[in-house]
Ligand binder design. Structure first.
Ligand code: GLN
Length: 197
């Protein structure tokens, strides 16, 4: 039985929980999706999602609740982990525009620029091309970070806005600038959960 944990400290947690439940249903897999707040809940975990929200707050609360180090270790050992928007920032190795207290899991060898889209376009929707599906995906961007550099060839692009990379994966780890949890399209969640089945 699959156990999916959505880090539930700040951000759009319930949307990811809902999307993950629907994705499991669509895949025909039985499992539970939990609101992950404490290290004790990591027992038997199959996949983790770090939601969008405010990355300084998520970083601070992950450290305070004792989730930062165990999740870093699980990610290094190959547990499927996906971060969206602020979650992408949390996963990245290098971040420009971060606050001094922010810590990063450094599970994804990319450099991102926080709040990079600028005011006039800080939130928008646009169709995304996915590496694993022929149909366009509705991309929702909200004060998104921008992936500015893939730091080595272990990192593969999996999503594009025009010719710009807006989503990547490195083995078990997925990072997206946009918010699949804010659409009713579960293809991206299914892609993550297939790594956990
Ligand atoms: N701008 C936010 C941050 O830097 C991320 C925005 C989001 O997750 N929607 O933390």
């Amino acid at each position: 039985m699959v156990k999916v944990g959505v880090i539930g400290l700040q951000g759009d947690v319930s949307e990811h929980i809902e999307a993950s439940r629907r994705a499991l249903e669509n895949l025909g897999v039985s499992g539970e999706v939990i609101w992950l707040r404490k290290p004790g809940q990591l027992e038997g975990i199959s996949a983790i999602i770090i939601p969008g929200g405010e990355s300084t707050t998520i970083s601070r609360l992950m450290v305070k609740n004792g989730l930062f180090e165990p999740i870093k270790e699980l990610g290094e050992k190959g547990l499927p982990i996906m971060g969206t928007c602020a979650g992408l920032i949390m996963l990245s190795k290098e971040v420009t525009g971060a606050t001094p207290e922010q810590r990063f899991l450094k599970l994804l060898d990319v450099r991102v620029n926080r709040n990079a889209y600028g005011r006039q376009v800080d939130s928008f929707e646009a169709p995304i091309k996915l590496a694993f599906s022929d149909e366009p995906f509705p991309g929702v961007f909200i004060r998104a970070p921008r992936i500015v550099e893939l730091l080595n060839d272990k990192v593969k692009p999996i999503a594009w806005l025009g010719d710009r990379v807006v989503g990547v994966e490195a083995g078990n780890v997925i990072g997206l600038e946009f918010h699949p949890e804010l659409t009713d399209d579960t293809r991206v969640h299914e892609y993550l959960l297939e790594k956990a089945i």
